[in-house]
Design a protein around this ligand. Sequence first.
Ligand code: HEC
Length: 209
Amino acid sequence: MRLDVHTSLRTFFIVAGGLYVLLVLACAILPAASMERQYPITQEWVDPRVERGEQLYQSYGCIYCHTMQIRGDERLAKEGPDGTLVVPVLGADRRFGLDEPSRAEEYRNDDPPFLGTERIGPDLLAVGIRLPSAAWHYWHLYDPRAVSPDSNMPGLPWLFHTEDTQQPEDEKVAPLFDLDVPKGRLYATPDAQALVEYLLSRTRPESRR
Ligand code: HEC
């Protein structure tokens, strides 16, 4: 059979349509199916408070100063004992204390993932492991310079109440070591609680710590 695409409109559309379907299969559907087998992405149930915290992280522009990605140094990759490729953490990223570069599945619950491009502040990929104290985060968010004197991070004091303005749904913030509260006792509003919940949820999958 001759495929005369020049004179037969029908053949032209069949050939063009066939090529289109083939291309979609080869470039999108088959690669996606093979990725799905290789790295199955199962979304876990996410606490609505963590989700709210994620929205706040986005709306307060934390991403402009923080990344959430630990890069690997491909040049130093070598084969591990079980035959898989082991990529060490890039030298510049070792200061964040994680021994493995980030992997795709660590972002499975993130919508969108906040990889970030600027590091005015430290990487927050697993900040929940490095800084597991809610009280520290509350004080830091309320007034970054109270816990980190040279910080240029903007505080979010409007997410907190004091003794006079506290509401029933607020959470009393525990005092932090010798940091006394010159401004009266601190109470975290539900939004402050959500943001800290989100930060504390930033850990790595158990087996990979
Ligand atoms: C103008 C840049 C800037 C912005 C915007 C910013 N940060 Fe920071 N952040 C910093 C800097 C600098 C530090 C390091 C000093 C410190 O601890 O305050 C820091 C530190 C931190 C730390 C402690 C990390 C560690 O490992 O010590 C956390 C947690 C954090 N920021 C969360 C946030 C959140 C949440 C937001 C958004 C509400 C935010 N930051 C917005 C600059 C910023």
